[in-house]
Design a protein around this ligand. Structure first.
Ligand code: PMT
Length: 418
């Protein structure tokens, strides 16, 4: 039984339907248990097998477990003459499922998804559905690390597909490395999160700051930083899925905010501070993922500064929003982020203590491929009593790990959101 780590081992969500795509890898047999685990949560499972998957496991196994006909072909298995029902079945399935999960996902199906190919039932379903998609890759380590596979995975992530990272260890091919299908419990958890079935933030109003701030030098120039807002937006999306109301105070980003969030757009640190305090009263949780400029220009020019020799700017500190919020903490759970390049743990712990936070999310931004403007992140979540290592994964998944800590803090305090 998946331990969801929130004091509940089973969530029953009757009437949800998930399409489970099984593609052709040795790990296909593990998908049989996945059917059972999803059913344990009240989820109906429609299995779709690629041709290659059928070389590893017979469709009968999945039909017996799921109690549903297994879809094996775009135009109806073994049909002499394709009929209209089977020709449009992918559309019917696409419209009736609440999520699509593919486990194991081979390099081939990942490449098809990433490139919009739709030559078999599973890839056609992927193109046709608007339901959330969870992909759990499994393959040889070299295939997983191959540039084409990694680029395809990045494309899928960027389009909102939830990728459940493969585990490392001994692989069926005899090699050692990343590529083993993640544990079924991990995949089930990702599916439940994608379904919005984990509603452990109901009753909370989560105030999240995201993105950079821009401190003007003159009407055309500013001091800024590399924050894209992706981490903060992922937190907003994940908190909404888990039942929270979300107020998202965002600096300038190129991202489309989640439609269910209340969004307040700001430019400067001062504007961010004012927006946060205008909404603090109703917030029960505050998460400060924004990369707020620490300094603003004191002598900002009203007109464009002309190029004439060296330019001297006088900088003054911006308000420390997080510190101010923590000073008015009350019943709220307050979580900060710490972007560090050296003495990372020491610096983060200092911020945790000096700002009286419930938790701080340490981002070692000197590491390549994570942190600023990346799809992925790896963090350490520090609380007064714990240090939780979150290895490199999508920002969506990191967001859920941060929310897990908030849910735990709420439970430990033993008081409701209000
Ligand atoms: O936006 P992305 O591209 O997805 O990148 C994510 C991220 C790297 C920006 C994010 O994960 C992150 O680390 N955010 C915090 C960046 C930061 O400003 O760290 P800091 O160590 O300088 O600040 C510590 C905390 O104080 C932060 O919670 C910050 O929001 C807050 N702060 C800082 C300065 C200030 N004047 N007021 C504040 O509230």
């Amino acid at each position: 039984m998946p331990d969801l780590g929130r004091g509940q081992s089973r969530i029953t969500i009757v009437s949800m339907k998930v399409a489970l795509g099984v593609s052709g890898g040795i790990a296909a047999y593990k998908a049989a248990e996945l059917v059972r685990l999803l059913q344990d949560h009240g989820v109906r499972v429609q299995v779709i097998m690629t041709r290659a998957a059928q070389e590893f496991v017979r469709p009968l196994t999945f039909a017996a477990l799921s109690g549903e006909k297994v879809i094996t072909d775009l135009f109806g298995e073994g049909a002499q003459e394709p009929n209209i029902e089977s020709a449009v079945e992918h559309i019917a399935v696409a419209q009736t499922i609440d999520a699509l999960v593919v486990a194991p996902a081979t390099a081939d199906i990942i490449a098809k998804f990433a490139n919009g190919l739709a030559g078999d039932f599973l890839s056609t379903l992927f193109v046709a559905t608007t339901a959330p998609v969870v992909v759990a890759p499994a393959m040889n380590v070299n295939m997983w690390e191959n540039t084409a596979t990694q680029e395809n995975i990045q494309k899928l992530r960027a389009r909102g597909v939830h990728v459940v990272e493969p585990d490392s260890g001994y692989l069926a091919c005899g090699m050692v490395g990343a590529g083993r299908l993640a544990a079924n419990e991990t995949i089930v958890k990702a599916v439940l999160e994608a379904l919005g079935a984990v509603q452990d933030l109901t009753g909370e109003t989560v105030l999240i700051t995201a993105g950079p701030t821009r401190e003007p030098i003159d009407p055309v120039r500013y001091i800024g930083n590399r924050s894209s807002g992706k981490m903060g937006f992922a937190l907003a999306e994940a908190a909404l899925r888990r039942g929270a109301k979300v107020v998202l105070v965002s600096g300038p980003t190129a991202l489309k905010p989640p439609s269910a969030a209340e969004v307040i757009q700001v430019q400067t640190a001062r504007e961010m501070r004012d927006a946060v305090f205008a909404n603090l009263e109703r917030a029960t949780v505050v998460i400060k993922a924004a990369a707020v400029a620490d300094f603003t220009v004191k002598n900002c020019s009203d007109t464009k500064i002309k190029r004439s020799g060296a330019l001297q700017l006088e900088l003054e500190p911006t308000p420390d929003i997080l510190k101010e919020v923590a000073a008015h903490k009350g019943h709220r759970i307050v979580v900060g982020f710490a972007a560090e390049t050296h003495d990372t743990l020491e610096n983060a712990r200092k911020k945790l203590q000096s700002k009286s936070l419930d938790a701080i999310v340490l981002n070692d931004v000197s590491q390549p491929g994570i942190g600023f403007d990346s799809e992925r992140n790896a963090v350490t979540i520090l609380t007064a009593t714990e240090s939780i290592e979150v290895p490199e994964m999508s920002k969506w998944e990191v967001a859920h790990r941060v929310l897990d800590v908030i849910v735990k803090s709420r439970a430990q305090r033993g008081v409701s959101a209000r």
